[in-house]
Every structure is written in structure tokens, then in C-alpha cells.
Design a protein around this ligand. Sequence first.
Ligand code: XUL
Ligand code: CO
Length: 394
Amino acid sequence: MRFSIAFWHTFRGTGGDPFGAPTKLWPWEDGTDSLAMAKRRMRANFEFLDKLGVELWCFHDRDIAPEGKTIAESNANLDEVVALAKELQGTKIHPLWGTAQLFMHPRFMHGAATSSELAVYAYSAAQVKKAIEVTHYLGGENYVFWGGREGYQTLLNTDMERELNHLATFLHAAVGHKKKIGFNGTLLIEPKPQEPTKHQYDWDAATAANFLRKYGLIDEFKLNIECNHATLSGHSCHHELETARINGLLGNVDANSGDPQIGWDTDQFLMDISEATLVMLSIIKNGGIAPGGFNFDAKLRRESTDVEDLFIAHIAGMDTLARGLRNAAKLIEDGSLTELIRKRYQSFDTELGALVEAGKADFETLEKKAMEWGEPKVPSAKQELAEMIFQSAL
Ligand code: XUL
Ligand code: CO
């Protein structure tokens, strides 16, 4: 299943929210942001991976090492922690993906690659350059671009066309650097419609696909679909996975879920077996997800404060997706749903249907046929039957 632990939630999540102080006081934390603490935390990460039997992990540069006063100092801090991580990884463990954290520091308040300030664009380039290098050094299989603050708060002060052009030149430069250093991992864009900005440029899978096509990046990138981002954009996770898949862009899943009663990115563990079954149907149709995987980009609730809760959440997340896979396999082996869909489109499995699907039926041919056939007999869509078949597999 290629499960992965998200370092930022599992080891940097504090339980703090806009109304309250941190609630998680893990026994290995000493309350500082020192290099020594970063190393102790990294050891905790590998102890956790080992105990769970998980062999993949994901990180942002700034999650794993403290930011220094200069780029050079930040890079040196990162090198020190990454050297330890490399040693602790051994031969079995490596990153599913790495990424750069380009959204917390005030310098990124207008964005990173889409900032109105050239100095911020350059700073971001330096940071992404280093993050790709350390991901490569650690044997990472992918590298993610989630658009942090790449978006706008109002169009009244924004040159959207210029910002999108800058984002594209930035990503082209990232492709150039990846090739230059011999990193063969997949580059992934992670769509999200809003939060922190009111409009994030990588709104959803279709928007990201259009962006990649327009700027000649479509062969260099795939998409990292996060379920909670899907629901924020008004889609289901299944819709986003299918949109990515049919465009040949399904690269990774940030496996989490939101709360339908809460309008923001709650990043909860995916515990819904029905949702997991839909996710796995897409993954099977995709022929699997490797070199991507299922990254638990999910955090414990603020009120879940035992170390044990970290284990329960990840184990339940893995079990839910495993049950989803079994259910999806059951549905495919049973074949009723596939048959229902096949029947629904069977009028196209004809000579004229084939001509239409090959793009060879002109309007005159179709008009002649329509007149000959008269009023079409339109069959039932059988939605309730489809829903019943699906539910019976759960
Ligand atoms: C933010 C989010 C990020 C990305 C990596 O909503 O999902 O954690 O996955 O930057
Ligand atoms: Co994510």
C-alpha cells in the first residue's frame, strides 16, 4: 500500500489552534527549536516508523531542521539533520517525497514563486533547489509543490497573469535543476482551492492540469491529490482522483479527510470505509500508485493527547485503506457495477458508435440517422441500483 508518515503533522503538530495553546507535550520534546531537538525528534520519527512497520516518510525542509539567520545557515542546519536521517533510514526506509516550506515566514506573505517581490522569488528558488537536493540525497521518490501562499487575496492589487507566468518559469527552473542533479523522482503539484489565500492558483486537479498544459509542463509533473483539499474545492476525493487519472496525472494521494460540517482543512485521518473504497477503486483503475503512495497528511484532534493516539490513528488509517482495497476488489470481481456501466453506454458499441468515438461521424451523417431513428428511447441510469451494489460491498 506504500503508506507514508507526514513528519509535519506527526512530529511538529502541537494541537494549537487560533483559539488555544498547544496541547501535545510529547515526552521527547524539550520545548526548544534547537538543532539538538531536531535530531532527537528525527530519532523519534524513525522509532515510530520502525514500530509501525512503515517504510516511507514525507517532510518539509523546515519541519526537520531549524531555520537559520541566512540561507547558508539554514542549509547547514538541514545538512546536519539530513545526515542523521540518512543514517537512521538504513537500507529499507526512504522519503516518499520531500518539499519546501514556503509559507510560514513573513517573507512569503505575498507568496513564494508568485510573490510580487523578485527577492522572494529568488529566495524561494534557493530553498527549493536545496530541498530537491536533500530529497535526492535521501533517496526520495517524489518531490511535491503545494502552493503554500501561491494565490491572491484580492484581484484589485494582483496581476494574475504575471504571477501565473512566474509560477511556470519557477517550475521550469525546478525541472531544469532536477535533471541537472540527476534526480529521477516525480515532481508533483498538490491542488488546493483556498487556505491560506482566498484563491489558490492550483485550485483543483482540472485547474492544475490546464496550467501544466498551457505552460508545457504536462510531461514533467503529476498530481498529488489530497482528499480534504478535494472536498474544499467542492468535489469528492473520488472526482479528483478520477480527473487526475484520466489525464494520466495521478501520482500520489495525501490520504486524509475533512469534516462535512466544518469548512476548512481539518486534516483528519481517513476512517470512512465507503470513502476508502472509492479511493481504492481509482487506484486500482490507475494500475496502482507507485512511485507515489498514501501519505497520511493528517493530524490528531487537538483533544487526542496520548502518544498511543499517534499509533491508533495511523494503524486505523492503514486498516481503513486496506479494507477499501478489499471492498474495491470485491466490487470488481463481482462485476455488477462494471456491467451496469457497460450497459449504460452500449449504444456506442455499434458501428455508428465506433465512428462517433473515432471522431469520424460528421453532422450530416448524424442528422440522417437521427431522422431515420425518430424520437430516441432513453433508458434508466439505474442510480439506486448502482448505490445498492456499492453499499453491499462494504
Ligand atoms: C497543506 C498541505 C501540505 C502539503 C505539503 O494543506 O496539505 O501539508 O501536503 O506542503
Ligand atoms: Co497535503
